[in-house]
Design a binder for this molecule. Sequence first.
Ligand SMILES: CC(C)(COP(=O)(O)OP(=O)(O)OC[C@H]1O[C@@H](n2cnc3c(N)ncnc32)[C@H](O)[C@@H]1OP(=O)(O)O)[C@@H](O)C(=O)NCCC(=O)NCCS
Length: 223
Amino acid sequence: MIETILPGCVVAADLFHDPPDATLFPEEEKAIERAVDKRRREFTTARVCVRTALGELGLPPSPILPGLRGAPQWPQGVVGSITHCEGYRGAALGPSAEVSTIGIDAEPNGPIPDGTLEAISLPEERAELRRLSSRHPQVHWDRMLFSAKESVYKAWFPLTGRWLDFHEASIAFDPLSKTFSARLLVPGPRVNGTRLDSFSGRWLVDRDLILTAIVVCSGDHHS
Ligand SMILES: CC(C)(COP(=O)(O)OP(=O)(O)OC[C@H]1O[C@@H](n2cnc3c(N)ncnc32)[C@H](O)[C@@H]1OP(=O)(O)O)[C@@H](O)C(=O)NCCC(=O)NCCS
């Protein structure tokens, strides 16, 4: 499902259930040896997705371990992103020669908990969310905003190795083109010699899930 919002230079795989026969590499087993069952299942099925995508890139299966601040450590020459939520696990990967960074996120299409919106949004975003909610009530825009910001962070982190606060990017959605832009309110990383001051993303609502995705291709220029 996620491939519909990704460019052709990126390969993706997703699953809506946990295959009972899925296995992990010993290093991966060790990384989650103390995890509860829910965490073990999402971690494992996400790795099944990753290995499918690696195969599409012509690469052999390999262990994908959590690295700095939880960011997945990809094999040489690969960039990617992983997401999981109730009823969904997905991975998107691309060759680092063509793709600078990827951020994907899946969320249930339901409201975020009371009190969360203020913590994750800017006043301008809340005003936009009110407009979007009255015109497109089938989408939980508060959850969409959260998902878009998670995708921003996952795309941002591999480029910077730094934390990005929820108030350090301002998201604007286009409900017709099903895209969004994320304006960085702090200095952005340099990608291919150009400073990135925004990310462009796409979103999708299907099967009662919200999916968001950001891909920065090597040829992209933001100024
Ligand atoms: C790390 C974070 C983005 C994960 O998102 P989530 O919605 O909780 O969980 P998801 O299931 O969608 O994603 C989990 C996957 O994200 C990936 N991930 C974790 N930390 C990451 C990081 N620092 N950078 C990139 N990817 C990361 C991992 O692959 C993880 O799966 P795995 O542990 O099985 O490998 C989130 O928990 C977080 O810390 N957010 C705060 C920062 C933020 O969002 N700022 C907003 C900036 S506008």
